[in-house]
Design a protein around this ligand. Structure first.
Ligand code: DC
Length: 442
C-alpha cells in the first residue's frame, strides 16, 4: 500500500508522514530530502544550478543512500558522504527548489522513488506524490497551513535539530524564503505542487501532529474497508492469474484512484476472451462476472472461475434472468463486470453501447466504472483459436459515471444519455491510453 502525502514545507508533512509510517510499520520516504541531496551533489561538483544540461548530466553520477537505525535516526548519504545536516542549509533549500523545475532531473529521481515504492508498503511525502509519482496511491493527503504558522514551525524545528543553522536565520527570513519557494514550486510547468483531485485536504494550522496523524489513520482505515480482504481461495486464484498476466502480457493497471467502495457496474470494452480475467484481476477487491455455463463443466477451469465469483449463464437463459442476477448482486453492494457492447469486437474498435447498460444503472441506481482494455485484441481476437503467448496489455480505470447525473430524467432520455456518456468515457480512455499517458486517466 502506498500513502502519498503532499504539501508545501512547514505543514508538518515530514513529522506526520514519519509518524503515520511508524504506527503502521510502513517505510517512510522523504522525497524533499532527495531533491536536497541532489542539490548538494551539484554544489559539490561545482556545477552552476542554472545550467540545466550540466545539472541533468550530473544526476547520472548521483549515488543516493538512506540508512535507518530507527525512524528518528534516519541519515542520508550521497556518494558515501553523510549529508543529513548539510542538506538543511538555506543555500541547499534554494538550489533544491531551483533544480526541481528541470523535467529530465525529475524523471530520473521519480524512477528511483517508484523503485522504492515497489519494495514495501510506504508513506511517501513530497510535492507530486499523489499527482505524478503515485497517482494510484491508495490514500492521498494534501496538507496546508498558513505561511506564518509554517515559518514559525520551520524556525522551531531548526532550533532543535540544527541550532547552528537556526542562529544564522531569522523567522522573517524563513517566512520570505517559504513564500518564494511556494511560488516557485507551485508555478513551475513540470509537476507543480498541487493537490490531486482525489486527495483529502487537511489544514494543519490549528492542529497538533497527533490530530493530523489520527485523521490520516482514519482515512486509511476507511480505504481498507472499501476493499475488504479477499477470501483465501479467491485471493489465491487472483494472485496466480495476476502473475500470469504480468509475466506473459506485462499487464499495466492505471487509474485505480478512481476505484471506490460499494456497488458499481464495471463496464469495459470487449475485444477478447481474456477481458473478464484482465478486468477482475485489475480490480483491487473481489468482483463478480458472468460466464457461459459450459465453461463451468470444464474440470479445472470450472472450479477456478467459480472461485473468482463468476456466475453461470446458460444459452437458454432469457435476458430477464441474467439481468435479474446482475441487479441482485449490485443491490447487495457488489461490483459486477459487464461488457456493454454486448459482444466481442471483430476489428478492435469500440462498438455501440447496448441498452442493457442503462437498464442496469436505472434499476440498481449505482455508478458505472468505465474501463478501457488495450492490447487484448492483438493477443486473442475472435479469429484466433488460442491466444498468443506474449503481448502487452493495459487496463485503465476511468472516473466513475454517477447515477445523480441522470436521476429525475425521463426513462428514454436517461437511457440515451447513459449510453452516450459511456461511449464518451470509453473514447476518452482510449485516446488517453493510446497517447501513452501515465498518471490519472480521465
Ligand atoms: O520538502 P522540502 O522542503 O525538503 O523540499 C525541498 C525542495 O524540493 C522543495 O523546494 C521542492 C522540491 N521537491 C519537489 O519538487 N518535489 C518533491 N517531490 C519533493 C521536493
Amino acid at each position: 500500500m502506498i500513502i502519498a502525502i503532499d504539501g508545501p514545507s512547514g505543514t508538518g508533512k515530514s513529522t506526520t508522514a514519519r509518524e503515520v509510517a511508524r504506527k503502521l510499520n510502513f517505510t517512510f520516504f522523504d522525497t524533499g530530502a532527495m531533491y536536497r541531496s541532489a542539490a548538494w551533489w551539484i554544489v559539490q561538483q561545482g556545477i552552476n544550478p542554472d545550467d540545466e544540461r550540466k545539472v541533468v548530466d550530473s544526476i547520472h553520477t548521483f549515488v543516493y543512500e538512506i540508512q535507518t537505525q530507527d525512524e528518528q535516526q534516519r541519515r542520508y548519504f550521497v556518494g558515501g558522504v553523510d549529508v543529513t545536516q548539510a542538506i538543511r542549509s538555506h543555500e541547499i533549500s534554494t538550489i533544491a527548489s531551483k533544480i526541481a523545475v528541470y523535467g529530465q532531473l525529475r524523471r530520473e529521481l521519480v524512477k528511483i522513488q517508484r523503485e522504492f515504492g515497489k519494495k514495501a508498503n510506504a508513506v511517501f511525502e513530497g510535492r507530486d506524490m499523489g499527482t505524478v509519482v503515485f497517482p494510484e496511491a491508495e490514500v492521498k493527503v494534501f496538507l496546508t497551513a498558513s505561511s506564518s504558522v509554517r515559518a514559525q514551525r520551520r524556525y522551531r524545528e531548526l532550533l532543535v535539530k540544527f541550532p547552528d543553522l537556526a542562529q544564522s536565520l531569522s523567522e522573517e527570513q524563513i517566512l520570505k524564503d517559504i513564500e518564494e519557494r511556494d511560488h516557485k514550486d507551485s508555478t513551475r510547468a513540470i509537476s507543480p505542487l498541487k493537490k490531486a483531485p482525489d486527495a483529502t485536504l487537511i489544514d494543519t494550522s490549528e492542529l497538533t501532529v497527533d490530530e493530523v496523524v489520527d485523521q490520516i489513520l482514519v482515512l486509511i482505515r476507511q480505504k481498507k474497508k472499501s476493499c475488504p480482504s479477499m477470501r483465501v481461495t479467491y485471493g489465491f486464484v487472483y494472485w496466480v492469474a495476476r502473475l500470469w498476466l504480468k509475466l506473459f502480457y506485462r499487464l499495466q493497471i492505471e487509474g485505480l484512484s478512481h476505484f471506490r467502495a460499494g456497488s458499481a457496474i464495471i463496464a469495459a470494452n470487449h475485444a477478447s476472451n481474456l477481458d473478464p480475467p484482465i478486468v477482475s484481476i485489475s480490480c483491487p477487491c473481489e468482483v463478480h462476472f458472468l460466464a457461459k455455463e459450459s465453461l463451468f463443466h470444464i474440470p479445472i477451469l470450472g472450479r477456478l472461475i467459480r472461485h473468482l465469483n463468476s456466475h453461470p449463464v446458460s444459452r437458454e437463459a432469457t435476458d430477464v434472468a441474467t439481468f435479474r442476477l446482475i441487479i441482485g448482486l449490485l443491490q447487495s453492494g457488489q461490483k459486477v463486470i459487464v461488457f456493454p457492447e454486448g459482444r466481442r469486437t471483430s476489428d478492435g474498435k469500440i462498438q455501440l453501447i447496448e441498452r442493457g447498460l442503462p437498464f442496469l444503472m436505472m434499476k440498481a441506481k449505482c455508478p458505472i466504472q468505465p474501463v478501457y482494455i488495450q492490447g487484448a485484441f492483438e493477443i486473442w481476437p475472435r479469429t484466433r483459436r488460442f491466444p498468443k503467448l506474449f503481448g502487452r496489455i493495459r487496463c485503465v480505470f476511468g472516473s466513475p459515471i454517477e447515477w445523480d447525473e441522470f436521476e429525475g430524467l425521463g426513462k428514454k432520455i436517461a437511457e440515451q444519455r447513459i449510453m452516450s456518456r459511456m461511449t464518451e468515457a470509453l473514447c476518452k480512455l482510449q485516446k488517453w491510453t493510446e497517447s501513452g499517458a501515465h498518471g490519472t486517466p480521465p
